[in-house]
Design a protein around this ligand. Structure first.
Ligand SMILES: [Zn+2]
Length: 191
């Protein structure tokens, strides 16, 4: 896995697309290869307890909760880490530029960084930090959930509730993955 030294890997896509599972799988592979792995997640994501990432298929990984990207630097000070994993990167810090700067600095030091994050919110507005990291990444994997309408690859996560907060985290009762065609049909019907 030495070919990934100093490389940035981005797993993105809609909700239920398997981003977190892919991040966990990557971290596990690096761990098997003998690398020291450390995982992080936003503090606000406490769906499954404070100190772990859990994908929708219930895989678990220990993770440090962060309120901002500077806390990550603090934690790394006391540790010898080769590979860094960050889940829900779109919620890790309010300042996307700060995240880019910190991660670029760590990549320059030879760290391998794997992030998972939503490409767009429920209004189909891209998350800036994910755009920035996709452009800068060595590897970008776009994952797809299955459209609830027709079973093809989904394109976005449609929010079923009336909430307008950008930060409602994924739960199957709040969102449904839809392809473009099924989303258009739904919008027409709502009009
Ligand atoms: Zn569809």
């Amino acid at each position: 896995m030495h070919q990934y030294k100093g490389r940035l890997i981005v797993h993105t896509g809609s909700m239920f697309s398997g981003k977190t599972s892919s991040l966990e799988r990557d971290l596990k592979r690096f761990s098997i290869a003998g690398y020291k792995v450390c995982a992080f997640k936003p503090k606000m994501d406490n769906r499954y307890g404070e100190n772990e990432i859990r994908s929708h298929d219930q895989e678990r990984t220990q993770a440090y909760p962060l309120e901002n990207i500077d806390e990550l630097l603090e934690i790394l000070k006391d540790q010898d880490v080769d590979v860094l994993g960050i889940d829900e990167i779109q919620f890790i810090d309010k300042d996307p530029q700060r995240v880019v700067n910190v991660l670029s600095q760590l990549l320059a030091q030879g760290m391998t960084i794997i992030v998972a994050g939503l490409d767009m919110d429920y209004q189909r507005v891209p998350f800036r930090i994910v755009m920035e990291l996709m452009a800068r990444a060595d590897y970008v994997y776009k994952h797809h959930a299955v459209c609830r309408g027709c079973g093809s690859d989904a394109w976005m996560s449609h929010r079923k509730s009336e909430k307008t907060d950008r930060v409602v985290l994924g739960a199957s009762d709040e969102y449904e993955p839809l392809c473009r065609a099924c989303y258009q049909k739904l919008i027409q019907k709502e009009k």
